[in-house]
Design a protein around this ligand. Structure first.
Ligand code: ZN
Length: 405
């Protein structure tokens, strides 16, 4: 927990506190000629420098001069699969040379390749790999991140993944929120009904290591009925439900998500007007993953329509070896603006405050007195440059709980 006076930013740009939907979207607070005083990792005051520098001098609080630069909240990446072993660059190369996904899968690629590598890796090896990716995420401004299990797909390997996520949380600056996703796929070599029983049996132990339970609700993975059964069991043990829904097909996952009062439905590349109306009338958030659409060349989720209809919407990376190897929230936001008709101010809300809402983190995701001091100093005076000049890292300094990291 740090103390810091952030002096003379060109602008402090932040969403307003609390979940954002409807007319609240894009209603940013933009402060000029104000500085930020942080004490014990919490934003204590935002006021003109003359007012704050006296207090800082009296109490020996260090100063960071950011003249001419914009300050925004740290990014909250509310959907990732960051812990895994193995590298699927070979598969990426095959795909780029025109080999289809089915052929790659029959040659031993796809999710089963990652499952094999992750099962074979020791916890220490997984942690090393995790640290490597988290350091990259931090440099690009992610200060809070959800991480799912789901590449173990047996009790020992799933718990190993969750323990690694918990260890990583304690060993580096990014706050990690663990999610149990034993229902990522039915692994090879086990009957479907046996594996469903196995997932339910893992839940009590997973509940001690995770906050959420997620299911891949999709043709060929888990049906809405099976998803509902798993998530109901998870809720009994205190895990909050989430679903990977409507990535390739609309098969009733949205209705099931509302049934189990899911915290979020994620993906939503295939979504119709009726489903959007249902989501807009609910408290289930929509997590949109633009990088997956770019990487796999599949349609983008109709996020413009969701925002206009009153849905709660967040943007995340879905960082994973098969469908998005990017940790750039900046690129995800640029894609939303360039490909999905999202306004720049809306994109910022989706990548900060609403991500924190999905993860049920109070006092994270915006710049207000009393909130956690997770802040980014950009390399520009205008936050819009970050999205306009895209594909670059515009984060100059990351401040996590008041410390420069
Ligand atoms: Zn995912």
């Amino acid at each position: 927990m740090g103390n810091l006076l952030i002096k003379n930013p060109a602008r402090i740009v932040s969403p307003r506190p609390g979940v954002i939907r409807g007319r609240g979207f894009g209603d940013l607070v933009i402060r000029i000629n104000e500085s930020i005083l942080i004490r014990d990792g919490i934003i204590q005051d935002i006021a003109p420098l003359s007012q704050l520098s006296r207090v800082a001098a009296r109490d020996g609080i260090p100063e960071l001069d950011v003249t001419g630069k914009a300050v925004i909240p740290g990014f909250v990446d509310c959907h990732s699969h960051l812990v895994f072993s193995g590298n699927r660059a070979e598969e990426f190369a095959l795909r780029a040379s025109g080999v289809d996904y089915q052929t790659i899968a029959t040659r031993g690629g796809g999710i089963s390749a990652t499952v094999q590598a992750t099962r074979a890796a020791s916890a220490a090896e997984l942690k090393d790999i995790g640290h490597h990716y988290l350091a990259r995420a931090l440099r690009q401004g992610i200060t809070t991140m959800e991480v799912k299990s789901g590449y173990g797909l047996d009790p020992a390997a799933e718990m190993k993944m969750l323990e690694v996520i918990n260890d990583l949380n304690a060993e580096q600056p990014i706050d990690l929120v663990p999610t149990f996703m034993g229902a990522h796929a039915v692994p090879q070599g086990i009957a479907r009904d046996i594996y469903l029983q196995e997932i339910k049996a893992m839940i009590p132990k997973a509940a001690r290591l995770a906050r959420f339970c997620d299911v891949f609700c999709e043709q060929g993975y888990f049906s809405p009925q099976e998803s509902g059964e798993i998530l109901a069991e998870a809720r009994i043990h205190g895990l909050l439900p989430r679903l990977h829904a409507n990535q390739f097909h609309s098969i009733g996952c949205i209705e099931k998500a509302l049934d189990v009062r899911a915290v979020s439905v994620d993906h939503l590349e295939v979504l119709d007007a009726r489903e959007i109306r249902l989501l807009a009338g609910s408290n289930t958030a929509c997590v949109v993953l633009p990088g997956v659409s770019l990487f796999l060349d599949i349609p983008y989720a109709p996020i413009r329509w969701m925002i206009d209809s009153g849905c709660i919407v967040a943007i995340a990376t879905d960082f994973n070896p098969g469908s998005n190897m990017s940790l750039s929230m900046q690129l995800m936001m640029s894609l939303a603006c360039m490909q999905m008709q999202v306004r720049l101010d809306e994109a910022l809300c989706c990548a900060t405050q609403n991500g924190a809402h999905v993860l049920r983190l109070a006092e994270t995701g915006c710049i207000e007195a009393g909130w956690q001091a997770d802040l980014l100093v950009l390399d520009t005076a205008d936050y819009r440059d970050m999205l306009y000049f895209y594909g670059e890292n515009h984060v100059r300094t990351v401040i996590k709980k008041g410390r420069i990291v």
